[in-house]
Ligand binder design. Sequence first.
Ligand SMILES: C[S@@+](CC[C@H](N)C(=O)[O-])C[C@H]1O[C@@H](n2cnc3c(N)ncnc32)[C@H](O)[C@@H]1O
Length: 284
Amino acid sequence: MNITDFDIYGDLLKKESGLVLSQDKSYLIESRLNPVAKKWGYENIGNMTNALRAVPPKELIADIVEAMTTNETSFFRDARPFDIFKDTILPYYMKKPSANKHLRIWCAAAASGQEPYSLAMLLKEEAAKMPGWRFTITATDISNEILEQAKGGVYSQFEVQRGLPIMFLMKYFTQNGDKWTINDEIKKMVNYKYFNLLKDMSVLGKFDVVFCRNVLIYFDQPMKKDIMERISKQMADDGFFFLGGAETILGITEDFKSVSNVRGLYAKHDSHHVEQVQVAVAAN
Ligand SMILES: C[S@@+](CC[C@H](N)C(=O)[O-])C[C@H]1O[C@@H](n2cnc3c(N)ncnc32)[C@H](O)[C@@H]1O
């Protein structure tokens, strides 16, 4: 692919989704966009590129963005954030004198649903310790196709073997041939919505805990900063913010501060509840 054509896709992806494509990834454009070109009746990517130079239909742009997203995920990915959520964050809320007993969680790049369903299973397990509490899990993504998969809750043998404890597989899934479907009691705990992180977040409401893992890694520094700072505005003052293992706030924003000893866990910079949580983390 020549540089001018590459720039057309690079600019479009950055503007529409935040994704930054380096020139060495031009092979990705070829392999992922060939099926999009075919679907739209273009003989090759070159012809589709010409269409983009004019006024392309917004459905074509959405298909291109969708094809370029990386949806890699797994149940209980990296394990530790989920242990911290169960052993430290939930107990924090249990102890908190709370008038409305409502915990609002947002998975901001939910992909095929393993992350929100992992949280839903944990909440189901812990619910008996939190009588009277309501849990809302909002799970969003920019890809409609991956959201449809997430809503279906059907996983391959390979997917359920990655990170999902066998006890949860037996308890919360039903086997159909070589596929496993997550049970309705877990499915209905998660509300899936299309949402682009570049857009106005106030439409989503406020949250106590936000998981925004393994998506900002694809964005540049100003975009990461902008998204993190807008997320912080959607969070309760004593909320918690989880990033992926290779992501950090350091050098990007001061709207959050680290919860020491826990890589990837943050609180709002002016919150006072962090010390309590740090002590609890150290004790677990
Ligand atoms: C690698 S997956 C991460 C899934 C999960 N959070 C995890 O850590 O396993 C990244 C997801 O971010 C989504 N994504 C990419 N750009 C986005 C944007 N601008 N707004 C919302 N979601 C986006 C992709 O569609 C993809 O499903």
